[in-house]
Design a protein around this ligand. Structure first.
Ligand code: AMP
Ligand code: ZN
Length: 114
């Protein structure tokens, strides 16, 4: 997707602060962190959102979940973390490329509509 900001980050045409990369996924710091540690983990392949996950591409999602623990360990996170993915307008998705927010470093409340 040529006009997708996260595809541009994958291609290297927009800078990012990468914390992890392999053949199928990339992790980088969120520009506007909502917690002391706020990493975005994305598949390199353009998938619109969690609502576009299928039997054909779900291995990419599973792979992301296998790399998150190591990324958090590398970041020095010891108190746990939260993984969030926003899918569609009501959830507040602003970048239409599947991404997992991984938040840590602060005790979090639980009020998604607050
Ligand atoms: P969402 O609202 O769930 O779609 O999340 C999109 C996230 O991407 C937001 O938290 C933004 O701060 C973040 N973001 C947007 N552009 C960039 C960028 N160029 N580099 C890093 N994070 C970005
Ligand atoms: Zn994309």
């Amino acid at each position: 997707m040529s006009d997708c900001v996260f595809c541009k980050i994958v291609a290297g045409s927009i800078p990012s602060t990468k914390v992890y990369e392999d053949e199928s996924c990339l992790a980088f710091r969120d520009l506007e962190p909502k917690a002391p540690t706020h990493i975005l983990v994305i598949p390199k392949q353009h998938i619109q959102s969690a609502d576009a996950v299928t039997a054909e591409n779900s291995a990419l999602v599973a792979h992301i979940f296998t790399v998150i623990p190591g990324i958090m360990k590398e970041q020095g996170v010891t108190g746990g973390y939260r993984i969030i993915t926003n899918a569609g307008p009501d959830a507040g998705q602003t970048v239409p490329h599947l991404h997992f927010h991984v938040l840590a470093g602060v005790e979090m409340g639980w009020d998604p509509v607050g």
